[in-house]
Design a protein around this ligand. Structure first.
Ligand code: XLS
Ligand code: NI
Ligand code: NI
Length: 434
């Protein structure tokens, strides 16, 4: 046991002052026709919670992981899996997400990595059988190894692209073996540092082809889940090709991938792209491609991916309005792609952070559901468009008016009165229900 002082986290309600209890996340509570646990499918991110030890560009690790002492990579990986499973069970979550080399340290050769992955996935499979913990998604880390400094699927060197192919194949195999429900691509190095040395069109064609053959391989091997692309505009690249939801949707349609791929929206990536989280969710939902969420938050003053745990109730409430109205996500869930600050060095800090994250989503879901069902919000929004529900507006929506028709209607309609957008009223309603 790695967290022996901490017992299973329970729901104690808003009145509780126990820092190690849920105040809002009541797993079995039904909201909008589904249990909270089904709406969210909360997942822990293996990399932040069990691998990242608090380094930053200026400092050494601060977190002392009790599972990270063995010099034998297989034993170390097993200890890490024990810690992860103990944590997930104590949180009462059902899922985790992983990169290939989060599970076990990469070998010196592809063959050695493959053997290691096969051993650790055997072990984790056993642990899954003994619990009910599932994989929300798996992915390949095609960005840390120096070979990927010029990209993976978009590398100008074919040999590196092939190597990325081998790695993605192995990560898909591992995901299938562990019953993973989805598979993610996050292209941290798929982009450029300088356009001067970059043939963008050629690189994008390569990426389109790479994703196509990865999909084909997974399907041939029985994978039925969704593929997700996780947009991010920059960091580590100056410019990343999967910039934001709209860009990725255009890319997927261009390369004929729109039926198998959906989007995994991360809060801090949205804000890095100068959008809100809710904007990115809405764009994905409108294209019927809202697949999953990487929950975290950025910092208003810092310009990078700080990956802090979510705690902004207004932001998450507005996001939950989009989420509920979209009917939730396709196949995915809410993965806490977030890390405790490097000075949060107590074992219980990891629990407190995840409790806060689950609670803010639960609270926001309850509020958003109430806004939709009991407040004037829905009608106010609908009424803004009422001129399209009847008369010429309706005929326009039926695609039966041309530009000359519009001209004629405008000439006949006389003085037009201005309609208020009521933004402040909308904002007040959100605040009132929070
Ligand atoms: C990095 C990404 C990464 C993906 C998985 O910014 O969020 O963690 O979620 O590769
Ligand atoms: Ni992410
Ligand atoms: Ni991120």
């Amino acid at each position: 046991m790695y967290f022996k002082d901490i017992s299973k986290i329970k729901y104690e309600g808003k009145g509780s002052d126990n820092p190690l209890a849920y105040k809002f996340y009541d797993k079995n509570k039904v909201v909008a026709g589904k249990k909270m646990s089904e709406h969210f499918k909360f997942a822990i991110a293996y990399w932040h919670s069990f691998c990242g030890k608090g380094t930053d560009p200026f400092g050494a690790p601060t977190l002392n992981f009790k599972w990270d002492y063995s010099s034998d990579p297989i034993l170390a990986a097993k200890d890490k899996a024990d810690a992860a499973f103990e944590f997930i069970e104590k949180m009462g979550f059902d899922y985790f997400c992983f990169h290939d080399y989060d599970l076990i340290e990469e070998g010196k050769t592809l063959k050695e990595s493959e053997d290691r992955l096969s051993k650790i996935t055997d072990y984790i499979k056993g642990k899954q059988k003994a619990s009910s913990i599932k994989v929300l998604w798996g992915t390949a880390n095609c960005f840390s190894n120096p070979v990927y400094m010029n990209g993976a699927a978009t590398n100008p060197d074919f040999n590196i692209l092939a190597r990325a192919g081998a790695q993605v194949k192995m990560a898909i195999d591992a995901t299938i073996k562990l019953g993973g429900e989805n598979y993610v691509f996050w292209g941290g190095r798929e982009g450029y540092m300088s356009l001067l040395n970059t043939d963008m069109k050629r690189e994008l064609d390569h990426m389109g082809r790479f994703l196509t053959i990865a999909r084909d391989y997974a399907r041939e091997n029985g994978f039925k889940g969704n593929f997700f692309i996780e947009p991010k505009p920059m960091e580590p690249c100056k410019h990343q090709y999967d910039f934001d939801s709209a860009t990725v949707i255009g890319f997927l349609r261009e390369y004929g991938l729109q039926d198998d791929f959906k989007l995994n929206i991360e809060v801090n990536h949205a804000t890095l792209a100068q959008h809100t989280f809710q904007h990115e969710l809405q764009v994905a939902a409108d294209a019927n491609m809202l697949g999953s969420i990487d929950a975290n938050r950025g910092d208003y003053q810092n310009g990078w991916d700080t990956d802090q745990f979510p705690n902004n109730i207004t932001e998450v409430t507005e996001a939950m309005l989009v989420f509920l109205k979209a009917g939730g996500v396709h196949g995915g869930g809410v993965n806490f792609d977030a890390k405790v600050r490097r000075n949060s060095v107590d074992a219980e800090d990891l629990f407190v952070a995840h409790i806060g994250g689950a609670d803010i989503f639960a609270r926001a879901l309850l509020i958003a559901d109430e806004i939709i069902n009991s407040s004037p919000y829905e009608n106010l929004r609908k009424n803004r468009y009422s001129s399209f529900d009847k008369g010429n507006g309706k005929v326009f929506e039926e695609n039966k008016l041309d530009l000359s028709d519009l001209c004629k209607i405008a000439q006949e309609s006389g003085q037009i009165s201005l309609q208020s957008g009521k933004q402040e009223l909308f904002e007040n309603i959100i605040n009132q229900y929070i």
